[in-house]
Ligand binder design. Structure first.
Ligand code: PMP
Length: 362
């Protein structure tokens, strides 16, 4: 390549995103607990809908996603006109940065926030800014203090990945109402479905003109492989995001499967209840082995070790037993391992592996 061919400023500062490992060399019986996926899979109705979609593969898909937006609106009690659908919630994050943050602008996020916020900010030429947390939990005062007249977007995942912690509705409202006038609060609800009685920030996005909520079909709905997410916010902001959205960003397969999934709330409820039961048991069993975690509201626990060396050694032992979890050094938590809540047998394998690790130490 000639030296005259160079990308936009900021692009080469982006560290490549490393997804959760899916394989271990030489090991066949692997449990993958590294990407916060639903261990029970997608709703059978969503799988049926995906298969049926093949009948219209020769046709272009819907450009306005009306059918999926109406289903989401009905299930969540939201205005379908203010829903936007994307290739995972990643794409909604990208649209927000493309449309609202450019060179000279700041994109604020929490200390242990999802890596895509900084990636998308840099890809748009904007500068990511980090606000400290308290005990791995978002701190509204620190976020407000970090705002400047260049802050355009403020991202908070609630519950947060990889910490599993969250803040309450009043704190979210205080954050929205305290932002400078040019800033949008983005409440990332990728794990919102796992929290009993939480609307993911929907009411705030419904009532404030500076709040957008993002959601995904990759977690509770078990459709990570299909890549479907959505956002909800003020009509004026959704209009702007639709202008940068490609006309055929979602395929018929994605749209039909997502609609069937969101309409199958009975299946979603089963997965939610099973996750809560297994998550609390996993956290309890790990604590009993001397490995604490913060109370998680999501489908993973963040296991804390005494040091980075210990976390790495435990990860290596787990891998030798076919258990894949996630190292989170890139999130500033090198002494922790993020462990997705799998099915009961997978959780038992994690606990047995950690027990063997602790035994070997003593
Ligand atoms: N936000 C958070 C907090 C996440 O953890 C993830 C997935 N790891 C996403 C957004 C993106 O999810 P998707 O693009 O699959 O919808």
């Amino acid at each position: 390549m000639t030296s005259a061919i160079i990308p936009q400023p900021g692009i080469l500062d982006i560290a490549l995103y490393q997804g959760g490992k899916a394989k271990i060399d030489g090991v066949t019986d692997v449990v993958k607990l590294s990407s916060n996926e639903n261990p029970f899979g997608a709703s059978p109705l969503a799988i049926e809908a995906a298969k049926a979609a093949s009948a219209t593969f020769h046709r272009y898909p819907s450009t306005d996603h009306a059918s999926l937006r109406h289903a989401i609106g009905e299930v969540h009690g939201l205005d379908p006109a203010r829903v936007i659908c994307g290739v995972g919630s990643d794409e909604i994050i990208t649209f927000l940065c493309q449309a609202y943050a450019g060179p000279g602008d700041e994109v604020l996020h929490t200390e242990h926030g999802f890596l895509m916020y900084a990636i998308s900010a840099k890809a748009s030429g904007a500068t990511p800014v980090v606000a400290p947390e308290i005990e791995r939990t978002a701190d509204v005062d620190a976020l407000l203090a970090a705002c400047t007249d260049r802050t355009k977007l403020v991202f908070i995942a609630n519950p947060n990945n990889p910490t599993g912690t969250m803040i309450g509705g009043n704190e979210l409202a205080r954050l929205a109402d305290g932002l400078p006038p040019q800033a949008i609060l983005v409440i990332d609800g990728a794990y919102a479905e796992y929290v009993d009685g939480y609307d993911g920030g929907a009411r705030l996005a419904d009532t404030r003109d500076n709040v957008v909520m993002t959601r995904t079909f990759s977690k509770l709905y078990g459709l990570g492989g299909l890549r479907i997410g959505w956002g909800y916010g003020p009509a004026a902001i959704i209009d702007v995001l639709n202008r940068v959205r490609g006309p055929f960003n979602l395929s018929t397969l994605q749209l039909d499967a997502a609609e069937a999934a969101v309409r199958d709330q009975a299946y979603a409820e089963t997965c939610r209840a099973e996750n809560a039961r297994l998550r609390d048991k996993l956290a309890h069993d790990l604590a009993a082995l001397g490995v604490p975690s913060d109370t998680s509201q999501a489908n993973f626990v963040l296991a804390r070790f005494a040091s980075e060396q210990e976390a790495i050694a435990c990860d290596e032992l787990l891998q030798s037993r076919g258990v894949l979890v996630r190292r989170v050094g890139s999130y500033g938590l090198p002494h922790c391992l993020r462990i997705t809540v799998g099915d009961a047998a997978s959780c038992d394998r994690v606990v047995a592996g950690v027990a063997a690790f602790q035994d070997a130490k003593s």
